[in-house]
Structures are given as structure tokens and as C-alpha cells.
Write a protein that binds this ligand. Structure first.
Ligand SMILES: [Cu+2]
Length: 272
């Protein structure tokens, strides 16, 4: 047992390089609201840590200080109104304190009014389709070919040699920096979920329903996500890539797309 534990610890230490860029916590992200979401998440996390320290501290202290071998005698009372009131009121107050900033943030997250751009994202088994409303631009976004090839059984390709393995697509969702993008989410078959951690967005795409959300990316760059609802056999193979461009670059991209660059390729089955 001890030998097994030691081996485990050694293995963990040896693999620490591989774990270096493996983050457990949620990212701060690239929108104002993702930063606020992260902040609330951290505040509540530390509240939980403090509560755990107090509760487990009191429990462990009591177990040791009042143990039978030290001659502790059980109390004879069976009910305490004061204790009941205290341990009801304190949690209620804590929950109320947590609820106020959370509710404020949730209201902001739901406010999809006055968008600069509206995109409809439709989930399919197992890819995404994006339609830029009023822009005559629409295309599918599917798993990148190198990932698709490497994931096949017996492909002989080492996944660790594939860049962004299972997190890359042929046609990313392209959006302009600093614009309020409203995303309308639905699905063509089963329930999917559109999740991009850097945008702090995770929303279900449900057949027959239109869910909406919004974001305003403050930084340019490429940001990755995945379908977050178990949607069938290839659920793990429908990633999401968001590419944030500077507004002028985005306009140029959009004009080019109106000529059907990606859209035509997608409908004729000739995806990049
Ligand atoms: Cu899915």
C-alpha cells in the first residue's frame, strides 16, 4: 500500500511538466462579464473555504478535546432553541449576501438588447452551424481534419503530435473585437450545449427552442470550447473555436464570406 502510494507520488512529480499548463480553475476570460463571473466564483470559493475551516475546526477540536478517554461526560439536554436559531439564521444571511451580486450578474448576462451582430448557432450530431443574421453568411464548423484522422482507431497517429487535438475546427466562429454579439442557440437533432470558457458562456442548444446569450470580446485571438451536453456517439468530437478579429479585419472577412468563401465550400461538401 505504502509502496503504491510512493510510486503514485513519484509519478505525479515526474509528470508535473505535463501538468504545468493544465488549469483546474475557471479562466478569467476575455469579456467584462467573464471577469466578473470569475471574481464572484473566487469570492464564493473563499467563503466556502472559511466555512469549511470553521465547521471542520470545531468538529475536530470537539472530537479531540472531549473524547471519552479524557473523561468527557455526555450532555443530558436534547434540544436548544438558541442553537437552532443561530444555525438557521447564519446560513440564511450568508446565502442572502451571496445572492445579491450573483443575481446582479445574472441579470447582466441575460440582457441581450441592442446587439451589434446576431449569430444563430445550430447544433447538429456532431458539428455546429453558424448563420450571421442579415449578412448572408452561413457555414458549418466541424472537427479539424488532422484531429479527425488521428482519433480513428488504428490510425497510427500519435494524438500528442496533433496541434489542439480535438479542440480545432475547419471553420471557426469569427467575431469582431469590442462588438456586442448576440448568440441565438438551437439544435437540429438532440440537446447540445455551446461552451467557451474564455467567454464564460455555457448554454444549451435545444431542438425547437431558441436560447439566447451574448458576449463582447475585449481581446483578439483564438479561443476554444466544446459541446458540453452528452449528445451521442461523437459528442467529444464537436469542438468550438472562436476567432476574435479587429473590427476592420472582421469587416474584410465578412465581405469575403459574402462572396461565399466558406459558405459555398460548406454546401458543396468541400470543406477546408
Ligand atoms: Cu453536442
Amino acid at each position: 500500500m505504502i509502496r503504491k502510494l510512493c510510486t503514485g507520488v513519484l509519478l505525479l512529480a515526474a509528470s508535473s511538466n505535463a501538468l504545468a499548463d493544465w488549469a483546474i480553475n475557471m479562466p478569467k476570460g476575455i469579456t467584462e462579464l467573464s471577469a466578473e463571473t470569475h471574481q464572484i466564483h473566487m469570492i464564493i470559493f473563499w467563503w466556502c473555504v472559511a466555512i469549511a475551516v470553521v465547521v471542520f475546526g470545531a468538529m475536530i477540536y470537539s472530537l479531540f478535546a472531549h473524547r471519552k478517554s479524557k473523561g468527557a461526560v455526555p450532555a443530558t439536554f436534547s434540544h436548544s432553541m438558541t442553537a437552532e436559531v443561530i444555525w438557521t439564521v447564519i446560513p440564511v444571511v450568508i446565502l442572502l449576501i451571496m445572492a445579491v451580486p450573483s443575481a446582479e450578474l445574472m441579470i447582466k448576462l441575460e440582457d441581450t438588447r441592442d446587439p451589434d451582430l446576431t449569430i444563430v448557432a445550430t447544433g447538429y450530431q456532431w458539428k455546429w452551424h453558424y448563420t450571421y443574421q442579415g449578412e448572408d453568411v452561413a457555414y458549418y464548423s466541424t472537427l479539424a481534419r488532422n484531429s479527425a484522422a488521428a482519433r480513428r482507431r488504428g490510425s497510427g497517429i500519435d494524438p500528442s503530435t496533433v496541434d489542439n487535438y480535438l479542440l480545432d475546427v475547419d471553420n471557426p466562429l469569427v467575431i469582431p473585437q469590442g462588438a456586442k454579439v448576440r448568440l441565438l442557440l438551437t439544435s437540429n437533432d438532440v440537446v447540445h450545449a455551446w461552451w467557451v470558457p474564455d467567454l464564460a458562456i455555457k448554454k444549451d442548444a435545444i431542438p425547437g427552442y431558441m436560447n439566447e446569450t451574448w458576449f463582447k470580446a475585449e481581446q483578439t485571438g483564438t479561443f476554444r470550447g466544446q459541446c458540453a451536453e452528452l449528445c451521442g456517439m461523437d459528442h467529444g468530437y464537436m469542438p468550438i473555436v472562436v476567432e476574435v478579429l479587429e473590427p476592420a479585419e472582421f469587416q474584410a472577412w465578412l465581405e469575403n464570406e459574402k462572396g461565399g468563401a466558406t459558405s459555398l465550400a460548406a454546401t458543396s461538401g468541400e470543406q477546408k
